[in-house]
Design a protein around this ligand. Structure first.
Ligand SMILES: [Zn+2]
Length: 226
């Protein structure tokens, strides 16, 4: 799985079919060149439920395959990272699951699952995102100390650093990019250990500094879990 900063909005991406303009990437395992390797359709729920194409690439050297996920897609979840992020922000300011679900027109069980997940990863997430924000020139202070508010503040801090250099974007997309898609995916394993281990902090080390290149993915040996 490789997350990339897609410039298209969700509806334009969906309407593009297979022609989504995914970038050329290096193999995350061996650094070798990759080539197109089919892909798959999946559903994505933003304002409406749409079908999107997720291209795959295969390494010409080692044969590993990876899905190329645009940064608004969260692995194994229907909803965009924007919607999930909005729910989490509401929970951080004190709204209960029922009210969040009503506000966003999503099932309560789904919202509850997002919130639980966020609670589990918040502390580690805050640490990773703040490090990335600092690396991108953010300098802030007076952050909350409780894990969930701190993580939400970290998302905003990182986004502000990104936006200052590259223009407006949904803040949770930047967080998804930096964490290589592990941010809110419902994996049962250690979601952030892999993100912390991968060179994802700047999102740039393997690409010569171009922020619009994909984030180096988590070093998952199985690779194609999306
Ligand atoms: Zn390879």
């Amino acid at each position: 799985m490789i997350v990339w900063p897609c410039r298209l909005d969700v509806s334009t991406y969906a309407a593009s079919g297979r022609d989504v303009g995914a970038p050329a990437v290096r193999c995350p395992a061996c650094g070798g060149p990759t080539g197109p390797w089919s892909g798959y359709q999946r559903h994505l729920r933003a304002d409406a439920l749409v079908r999107v194409f997720v291209p795959r690439v295969r390494c010409r050297d080692c044969g590993r395959t990876d899905a190329l996920l645009p940064w608004f897609v969260t692995p194994h979840r229907y909803d965009t990272v924007d919607v999930i992020g909005a729910a989490l922000e509401l929970s951080v300011i004190g709204l209960g699951v029922r009210r969040i679900a009503a506000a966003l027109e999503r099932p309560e069980t789904t919202v509850r699952d997002w919130c639980r997940r966020f609670g589990r990863v918040a502390a580690g997430l805050a640490r990773i995102l703040l490090a990335a924000a600092v690396e991108r020139g953010w300098s802030g202070f007076d952050l909350p100390t409780a894990p969930r508010p701190r993580a939400a503040a970290a998302v905003a801090a990182l986004a502000s650093a990104w936006i200052r250099r590259h223009g407006p974007v949904g803040s949770w997309r930047v967080a998804a990019l930096v964490t290589g898609g592990t941010l809110l995916a419902p994996n049962t394993g250690s979601p952030l250990a892999s993100a912390a281990a991968a060179p994802v902090m700047a999102g740039t080390p393997t690409t010569g500094g171009d922020p619009w290149q994909p984030t180096p993915p988590k070093p998952s040996p199985s690779g194609d879990t999306t």
